[in-house]
Design a protein around this ligand. Sequence first.
Ligand code: EPU
Length: 338
Amino acid sequence: MPQILENISLKPYNSFAIDVNARYFTEIETESDLKELFQNPLFSNQKRLIVGGGSNMLFTQDFDGLVVKMSIKGIESKNEGDQVLVTAGAGEVWNDFVNYCVANHFAGVENLSLIPGTVGASPIQNIGAYGVELKDVFESCIAFEIKSGQIKTFHFDDCQFGYRESVFKGAFKGQYIITKVTFRLSLKAVLNTSYGAIETELHHRGIENPGIADVSAAVAHIRVSKLPDPSTIGNAGSFFKNPVIEKYEFADVVAKHPDVVHYPTVDDKIKLAAGWLIEQCGWKGKKIGQTGTWKNQALVLVNHGHASGTEVYQLSEQIIDSVKSTFGVTLEREVNIL
Ligand code: EPU
């Protein structure tokens, strides 16, 4: 039976390093731990929060319920012609999984190097970086239904992936616990280096015919230079999503701000660079009390040491207000507020 602890600080379990307490806390290392936990009345009586790396959440208060930390490990692979199906436990640290794939010459996740968090959380918000999203390599996942205790397999079409979205954040929010994820990777590397910064970095390194390890190293280098390391400065990566607006709305924005950084989307809309909008409003690198925005990437809010979640949340409100009044665009938070 997994041990249930009481009044545990969540500081080590959230990348923002916010010091709040959980009333109850337990760690799940195997699928049978989860089945046993399901039998415990505490599991059904209490409000629950499932955490992986805690890298996409901001705690604004103590959690008056049961926090379930997913630590199921293990990676297995099965070749299928030129492809390989790799299955990883939900509790594997995402970057350890990427490193395993790179070391074994399994291509497809190298652009997602150094993203914080765990494998089990990766489909929930369809993590993405440098031209690749989780959905591009997702085969299926196994999930435990909280209501029934049944195990269910979700295939690609069941997951309704979108930009930082999936069914697990939408219609099925809070209903399933992902225990394993299977990825379809390639044994014949087809690299995606079209994202400007990767090409520039490879060129800078004098690499003309890159392999997946080169791309992974280039991406890691770019991330380290732009983003704060959560082990030293608490943060949850991009705090907001890049807003996607209609073309007629964009016409208004670009008329007033001709240099607005933007990208067309596949569904004929326009995605704006939220970091640029925030920087233009004067927030980049600003420190307000114990919180602020990161000096090299205004989209990332940080904890300079002793910030409360409320302090960070209030800053995010101020940023939303000023982007709205300057550009008429509403920023949406990517981070879950608790
Ligand atoms: N920019 C600024 N000022 C800033 C930040 C960005 O002007 O302070 C402009 C720059 O022109 C830059 C453009 O915005 O060219 C885009 O910036 P960047 O390449 O850093 O990417 P992003 O759109 O800000 C997204 C993801 C990141 C991911 C990067 C790279 C979202 C919400 N964020 O950021 O993901 O690493 O692209 O692919 O989509 C995360 O989700 O936590 C995350 C870090």
